[in-house]
Design a protein around this ligand. Structure first.
Ligand code: 5GP
Length: 138
């Protein structure tokens, strides 16, 4: 699959548009989802350009999982989350809306994910306040 370097997450990686950052290392970036399906909904992306899991290198996939664990642990500690849902969509046919590989890290239960996917923008100040609780627990 051809990678579109104008996608929104590529722009976030290049610093062309802002994000509420949670964590960054040499291979990954974690930030708040602006249309969260639950309080604390975070995204983990690789710096490597890949549209889906099937184009991603094994090394980048492993780096993403390490960051997912770091964020999930911080959501547990900082937000008191007892369950963490991971979601990862591959291809528009699966419902993927941003064509740069990403893993959703969502505190709560699958039973609570009633908000539709990627629809309602959250208040930025509220997202920032939630992000600070996560960052303080990383
Ligand atoms: P997908 O549908 O591709 O699995 O998920 C894309 C996610 O990216 C959605 O949950 C959506 O809310 C989120 N999203 C879309 N545009 C932006 C943006 O500009 N900034 C951030 N932080 N999240 C975004």
């Amino acid at each position: 699959m051809t990678y579109d370097n104008q996608n929104i997450f590529a722009k976030i990686l290049r610093g062309e548009i802002p994000c509420i950052k949670l964590f960054e290392d040499a291979h990954t970036l974690a930030f708040m989802d602006i249309m969260p399906q639950a309080e604390g909904h975070a995204l983990v992306i690789p710096k490597e350009p890949a549209t889906t899991l099937f184009e991603l290198s094994d090394e980048a996939a492993a780096a993403c999982m390490a960051t997912v664990r770091r964020i999930g642990n911080a959501q547990k500690k900082g937000l008191g989350a007892t369950g963490i849902v991971l979601m990862q969509l591959n291809g528009a046919e699966a419902g993927q809306t941003v064509p740069h590989f990403h893993i959703h890290v969502i505190p709560g239960s699958i039973a609570d994910l009633r908000r539709p996917h990627a629809t309602a923008l959250a208040d930025t100040a509220h997202l920032k306040a939630v992000s600070e609780k996560i960052v303080a627990s990383i």
